[in-house]
Design a protein around this ligand. Structure first.
Ligand code: NAP
Ligand code: GDD
Length: 370
């Protein structure tokens, strides 16, 4: 429901001074965030972080019987949920209209790189065009057009960009100026979302930024990603359920950090005076072999006794090495990671040993084994 003249504020029709709203003035003063991808790893950490900062947090969930909603309810009782899908423009407009957010964090995506070859078109639709649909929902609900810029108090937008956009890297470490050379349909779709976010900022004056985040992990990581596949594998071998772990390219290198640290960066980026994109990572790179050393040794095992390489997990095109130079984020917005690679891997192995020894399964948390 748009006003006939001028812009609606992010608070829109609920604006203060009307007697009906005076009783809820205190609640009205808290900021409101809408998170897409709330059921994913980052969505849960971000929701917890923003709730602790005093935000009223809303999460967009898709599907009629989304099994992750029950888990989400147990974890994040305070978060309010609203239905919507990145494939459905109308649902996103309705969600923005209903929530009237101050900030929108677009974390939803098909995020598993191998799936982007198996379902390339869908990845383009969700991970790429999905960004356009969220930006359009904000633009339409805010009454922004080529001739009408957003006013003060506009909705701020965060896009979850990725270090996968650097792909076959042109320089190392990678900064905000490093050119993109994506190596998967996922990386290509993320590059589209990244440039589109920049374009809406430049075309419409929207406060729209991208965080170019390097790999970040946690005990909530989906079981298809290599860190969690390894922490679960270690736990299964240690507890005697399995003897082998089958993996792909062991020489690939990544800059792995802790997801809880990275959601702080997202929030910091939206709290600045000017919309600026930042690279976010630890600046330390490790190989999959280093990761195996760390995880197996943590449980008193030797990975050479258990790991088998399997061509089924080799990708059509690989990103060999990623390493962030996040000095701009450190200097300009004061972001630094607090948890090291060793700490996050230890945390994951410990959590999976506990999960499996108490009779749980990985699927009880997030994700299926790929
Ligand atoms: P994740 O655990 O895979 O979560 C993806 C989320 O997207 C889920 O909540 C999923 O919902 C949702 N989603 C998928 N398709 C959707 C659709 N059509 N409509 C609405 N929601 C949909 O990913 P993550 O690790 O939290 O990452 C968050 C974001 O950061 C992603 O965009 C990812 O590409 C990006 N990123 C991640 C990393 C990293 O290392 N984690 C690094 C750089 C960038 P369902 O539960 O319904 O499937
Ligand atoms: N998943 C997986 N499974 N990866 C394996 C395996 C295996 O069995 N064996 C070796 N690898 C290697 C992959 O080839 C890749 O080089 C590396 O481990 C990391 O793979 P993932 O954990 O699947 O993550 P990713 O780097 O492809 O993508 C993640 O990080 C991106 C940021 O750089 C995802 O979270 C993306 O959504 C994110 O954008």
């Amino acid at each position: 429901m748009l006003p006939r003249h001028g812009l609606i504020s992010p608070r829109g029709p609920r604006a203060a001074n009307h007697p009906v709203w005076t009783a809820t003035l205190e609640a009205d003063l808290s900021r409101r965030a809408l998170i897409t991808g709330i059921t994913g790893q980052d969505g849960t950490y971000l929701a917890e972080y923003l709730t602790a900062q005093g935000y009223e947090v809303w999460g967009l969930v898709r599907g009629q019987q989304n099994p992750r909603v029950r888990q989400l309810r147990q974890l994040l009782g305070e978060v309010r949920l609203i239905r919507g899908d990145l494939l459905d423009q109308g649902s996103l407009i309705s969600a923005v209209e209903r929530v009237q957010p101050d900030e929108v964090y677009n974390l939803a995506a098909i995020s598993y790189v191998p799936m982007s070859w198996a379902q390339a078109e869908l990845t383009g639709e969700v991970t790429g065009l999905g960004v356009l649909r969220v930006l359009e929902a904000i633009r339409v609900c805010s009454g922004i057009s080529a001739s009408r810029s957003p006013g003060r108090g506009q909705i701020r937008f965060y896009q979850a960009s990725s270090s996968e956009m650097f792909g076959m890297v042109r320089e190392s470490p990678q900064t905000e100026q490093t050119p993109f050379h994506p190596r998967s349909p996922y990386g290509v779709a993320k590059s589209y979302g990244h440039f589109l976010t920049q374009n809406y900022r430049e075309s419409y004056g929207m406060f729209a930024v991208s965080g170019v985040l390097f790999n970040h992990e946690s005990p909530r990581r989906g079981a298809e990603f290599v860190t969690r596949k390894i922490s679960l594998g270690v736990a299964k071998i240690k507890l005697g359920y399995e003897r082998q772990l089958r993996l792909g390219n062991l020489s690939a290198r990544r800059d792995w950090g802790f997801a809880g640290d990275y959601v702080r960066a997202m929030h910091l980026m939206l709290g600045q005076d000017e919309p600026v994109d930042y690279v976010i990572g630890t600046g330390v790179t490790h190989s999959v072999e280093d990761l195996l050393d760390e995880a197996f040794t943590f449980a008193g095992l030797d990975w050479h006794d258990h790991v088998v390489t399997d061509a089924a997990f080799i990708r059509p095109a690989e990103v060999d090495k990623l390493c962030a130079d996040a000095s701009a984020a450190r200097e300009n917005i004061g972001w630094e990671p607090k948890i090291t690679f060793e700490e996050v891997i230890g945390m994951m192995v410990e959590a999976d040993l506990e999960l499996l020894s108490s009779g749980g399964q990985a699927e009880d948390w997030f994700g299926d084994t790929w």
